[in-house]
Design a protein around this ligand. Structure first.
Ligand SMILES: Cc1cc2nc3c(=O)[nH]c(=O)nc-3n(C[C@H](O)[C@H](O)[C@H](O)COP(=O)(O)OP(=O)(O)OC[C@H]3O[C@@H](n4cnc5c(N)ncnc54)[C@H](O)[C@@H]3O)c2cc1C
Length: 194
């Protein structure tokens, strides 16, 4: 009967990162998975036609490759054949009525594409992107750093100090009322959910 230092249930990306980091520290780790493939929501399949592979669920991993643990995993992942690449057209959308949109890495091109599909969606998209950009420091600290470290708390407090009370309002509004997202700084009817 094999023995392990740590048993992890589920093989999603969080489990696999955890298992890899523990194994690198010398632990014997067992990952249990109920599905027939590992990876959870991170998977690539030939869904439509043989030879054409799709990322079925998650597609973009900016938070993974900018996370503090990534340097420790980068070399082993590369040795195993994993390569993170940027492409000009990272994703597209196919609507039930047959219309489609191909998205690029250019914000303005994407806004034009959304506007083509639905009047005023381009403007709503620009507003949403501007709001994310305004709060990028806080957003990426909360998404990428270890929440339970003093260094994270210090960054959040520094953001609050620099931004002043008025800058917290746009964050508080979407958090308490998702339908009102963006309403604090964008008066366009689409953003106001009208
Ligand atoms: C459609 C979609 C698109 C997404 N796009 C992105 C993206 O582009 N970029 C991004 O960063 N994130 C994206 N995400 C989010 C990202 O996929 C998840 O945050 C991430 O996969 C969560 O990983 P996880 O390890 O927590 O769990 P999961 O990926 O959910 O994996 C959990 C695993 O545990 C297994 N499991 C559960 N219970 C048991 C059990 N009792 N016994 C055995 N096994 C069990 C499941 O079968 C599964 O394999 C997307 C998610 C979805 C659904």
């Amino acid at each position: 009967m094999p023995s392990f230092d740590t048993v992890i249930v589920g093989s999603g990306i969080n489990s696999l990162v955890c298992a890899a980091l523990l194994a690198k520290r010398g632990q014997r780790v067992c990952v249990l998975e109920r599905s027939d493939v590992l990876g959870g929501c991170v998977r690539t399949e030939e869904l439509i036609e043989a030879g054409f592979k799709h990322d079925t669920l998650a597609t973009l991993y900016p938070l993974f490759i900018t996370a503090p643990h990534f340097p420790a995993l980068q070399m082993p992942l590369r040795a195993a054949g994993a390569e993170f690449v940027n492409v000009e057209n990272p994703t597209g959308v196919l609507l039930p009525d047959g219309r489609s949109a191909v998205l690029t890495r250019d914000r303005e091109c994407n806004a034009t594409e959304f506007e083509r599909l639905a009047s005023q969606d381009g403007h709503a998209f620009r507003c949403a992107m501007e709001e994310i950009a305004r709060h990028r420091e806080l957003t990426f600290t909360l998404l990428g750093d270890d929440l339970w470290k003093w260094s994270t708390l210090r960054k959040v407090l520094r953001y609050a100090w620099r931004a002043g009370n008025s800058r917290w309002a746009p964050i508080a509004v979407p958090a308490s009322n998702p339908a009102g997202r963006g309403s604090a700084e964008c008066s366009h009817p689409t953003c106001l959910g009208h």
